[in-house]
Design a protein around this ligand. Structure first.
Ligand code: KG4
Ligand code: ZN
Length: 339
């Protein structure tokens, strides 16, 4: 029998305060407190986020240990998100992790949030296989849009990324123009199910083959809605499904174009996705279709490991623990951090 190796992961890079415990690749608890306060503002307010993290972190960690049915003395190491993210938010998790590790006299492990989104694929989950190296990872969320070539656990290279907005922002900002509440991505997805994706063609922005740009799409949606509501003030309400389906179609098609370019360039057909936007039904279907149509092998993690979570931080913690890759005690939160 494998010996227990409990690692605590702490995530506080944006607006979710999260803690999780992993034991030999299996998640034994995964707690997330999503901050509701930002809804009123239509986006994340950094100052409010760090204050909420301060309120949440103790109960969230406590709950993670409780659900794992262990005592903090059973932990082998503490892993935390060092960056990238909002400085004020990162500081809360970093200082908490440091003092806990010091108090327990166990190793402290710093984790790169973007690497964690990718390495989340190695969490053991039912019927879920892990990708084999080398693979391409597409991370798509409200904060990130990247294509990463992954050669080994800690050998990663960003081969394409957004030059402006993240794809989740493209969904959320388009939704806002349509009068939908924040975050609007899931609502666009919902309305899109009933609509015609070819109803309103939006042009896909042209940048280099592996990079992304989404700011033009948001402007195109805005002008389109302004123009149409001049003729008919109820235009959006009457055509919500078709508008959402068209926006979603454009975004998904664009993501797939970029992935195809990346496959052509690298010859790698193992494709893993992560980030909150991987919940989108359009991208999930497009990837499943690519298995048959293009001969790709695609990996989509369970939803709770796609959005910001601490299980992925604990997973990286475990991988680093096994390689004895520990942080020094003077490690600092780093808002801008490369993969
Ligand atoms: O990974 P995540 O929870 O947080 C970060 O941004 O890091 O991602 C949140 C983003 C939001 O922009 C949200 O609108 C988007 O993921 N999202 C979706 C869907 N579910 C979540 N976008 C499109 N379709 C969805 N079903
Ligand atoms: Zn994230």
């Amino acid at each position: 029998m494998m010996q227990d190796c409990y690692i605590l992961g702490i995530e506080s890079s944006c607006d979710d305060t999260a803690a999780a415990v992993i034991n030999n690749g299996e998640v034994v608890s995964n707690v997330v407190a999503t901050q509701q306060i930002h809804k009123e503002y239509g986006g994340v307010v950094p100052e409010l986020a760090s204050r909420a993290h301060q309120q949440n972190i103790v109960p969230v960690v406590h709950q993670a240990l409780h659900k794992a049915n262990i005592d903090k003395k059973d932990l082998k190491a503490i892993a935390f998100t060092r960056g990238p993210g909002l400085m004020g938010s990162l500081l809360v998790g970093t200082s908490f992790a440091k003092s806990l590790a010091m108090g327990l006299d166990i190793p402290l492990i710093d984790v790169n949030h973007m690497q964690a989104h990718i390495l989340a694929h190695f969490i053991k989950a039912d019927e879920q296989r892990a990708p084999s190296f080398p693979f391409l990872a597409l991370t798509i969320s409200g904060g990130h849009t990247q294509i990463v070539k992954v050669t080994d656990y800690f050998e990663m290279e960003v081969i394409g990324e957004t030059l402006d907005d993240a794809v989740g922002e493209a969904f959320d900002k388009s939704a806002k123009i349509l009068g939908l509440p924040y975050p609007g991505g899931p609502l666009i997805d919902k309305y899109a199910q009933e609509g015609n994706p070819k109803a309103y063609p939006f042009t896909k922005p042209k940048v280099s083959p592996l990079d992304f740009s989404f700011s033009g799409l948001k402007t195109a949606v805005l002008y389109f809605v302004e123009r149409e509501t001049q003729n008919d003030p109820d235009f959006v309400k009457k055509n919500m499904a078709d508008i959402c389906a068209s926006i979603q179609y454009t975004i998904v098609d664009y993501l797939m174009d970029k992935l195809k370019n990346a496959v052509a360039e690298t010859g790698i057909k193992e494709i893993a996705i992560g980030g909150g936007v991987s919940a989108n039904s359009g991208i999930r279907k497009a990837l499943r279709d690519a298995e048959n149509d293009l001969g790709w092998t695609t990996y989509i993690p369970k939803f709770e490991y796609c959005t910001d979570n601490a299980a992925m931080i604990a997973m990286v913690g475990e991988l680093k623990y096994k390689q004895q890759l520990f942080a020094k005690n003077n490690v600092v939160a780093t808002a801008r951090m490369k993969i």
